[in-house]
Design a protein. Structure first.
Length: 393
């Protein structure tokens, strides 16, 4: 381990409500399928008690409820059997059964709007299908331009591809699509902002092999540079195992690397996140004492949490991820959860902070443990930057 690398005793995120929720919901996967079926049946009896007094309309609502809950569970199970994603199906199936029955009971209490009940049930099924089978596999290429006086104005744009949060469980359609896009884009530089592995697969030898197979194919003429992600997901030692012996990329654990390009010098600083805000801020200050005297300073760090400090200390471009953009977003509300210490302040996209341009990627993969392997209004992305000059100084 590098001498500059901090050694946190524990990741503070381990004690957050979000992580506690993921751990506890994941335990529900151990419930036998027969018990899950009984839970669904019990909720169906509750629906029947409130809706059967409405005659055949109530019977229709009950039948649609049973079909919809069964279909949702079938869709969740088949994500794994088809190799699309590998999360637990039972926690989500139970949650859907309870939520749908509660909605139906509410509608029954306030009137026999049987047609609305059926529409809601069908809409929920459509949402489950879209958010688990469609959107997580629609990787987009977000194109960004960055102009700087630190670059030769007459040089061709430097194309930097930002990738983050691949969260590999197994190589599946999303991972194959990612590498296909990278090969097609042919960037000059690739930077990866952490979280190679899914939290459910941190110590899984097969996942490690799949990660190595995936990232060994990343190629760029000016190099591939990586940082580790959340220590709870992938301690630095695990990341070192993921990249060991792969000559096509370089891990930057609290290190600078400078690249000479036709446009100027690109100085990349990779920081190891601890999620201890004071330690992470202090490490940035320490590393900036040895910053190269000339060139464009690019910071790679897993979360956006030290963006204000980066702005004060002379970072030009700060590329990160960690938040997944919230992964589940709704109109008007936005992200349901944020894993950043700064909440939703820098949860997704581009932010101009003064001297620093920050970009928080939505990432490629999905949360682990008990989280549904789903995205809604927050599709995966990789970001292609074009760096150009306004003048040269």
């Amino acid at each position: 381990m590098d001498a500059n690398t901090p050694r946190p005793e524990a990741d503070p995120l381990e004690h957050t409500p979000l992580h506690t929720l993921l751990v506890n919901t994941n335990r529900l996967q151990a419930i036998p399928a027969s018990i899950v079926a009984l839970i669904i049946a019990f909720n169906a009896l509750l629906v029947a008690a409130f809706w059967l007094p409405f005659g055949w309309h109530g019977v229709a609502v009950l039948l649609v409820y049973v079909v919809v809950i069964g279909l949702n569970w079938f869709l969740l199970i088949n994500l794994r059997t088809t190799g699309r994603s590998f999360g637990p199906d039972r926690p989500t199936a139970i949650a859907l059964a309870i939520v749908c029955s509660a909605l139906l009971i509410f509608l029954a209490v306030f009137g026999s709007l049987w047609w609305l009940a059926i529409v809601i049930l069908l809409a929920i099924t459509a949402l489950v299908f879209y958010s688990t089978w469609i959107e997580p596999f629609r990787i987009g290429v977000t194109r960004q331009k960055y102009q700087t006086a630190k670059w030769h104005v007459d040089a061709a744009p430097l194309r930097v591809l930002q990738v983050g949060d691949i969260h590999v469980e197994r190589i599946g359609p999303r991972e194959r699509q990612l590498n296909k896009l990278i090969a097609e884009l042919k960037p000059d530089v690739i930077v990866f902002t952490g979280d190679f592995v899914n939290l459910s697969n941190t110590d899984d030898p097969r996942s490690e092999g799949d990660i190595r197979s995936l990232i060994s194919q990343w190629e760029a003429p000016l190099g591939v540079y990586c940082v580790s992600g959340t220590p709870l997901v992938e301690p630095l030692e695990r990341v070192q195992a993921f990249v060991r012996g792969l000559d096509n990329l370089k891990l930057l654990p609290n290190q600078w690397v400078s690249i000479n390009t036709p446009g100027g010098k690109l100085n990349i600083l990779g920081l190891v996140v601890t999620h201890d805000m004071k330690r992470d801020r202090d490490m940035l200050k320490k590393m900036m004492l040895t910053a190269p005297p000339k060139g464009l300073n690019l910071l790679l760090m897993h979360p956006p949490d030290i963006a204000p400090e980066a702005n004060e200390l002379g970072i030009d471009l700060y590329l990160c991820g960690h938040t997944h953009g919230g992964q589940i977003r709704f109109p008007l509300i936005g992200a349901v959860f944020s894993s950043s210490h700064l909440g939703k302040q820098f949860i997704m996209g581009r932010y101009e902070l003064g001297t620093t341009t920050l970009y928080t990627s939505r990432g490629v993969g999905l949360e682990g443990l008990g989280a549904p392997r789903a995205r809604f209004l927050c599709p995966p992305e990789i970001v292609l930057w074009e760096i150009t000059g306004t003048s040269f100084s």
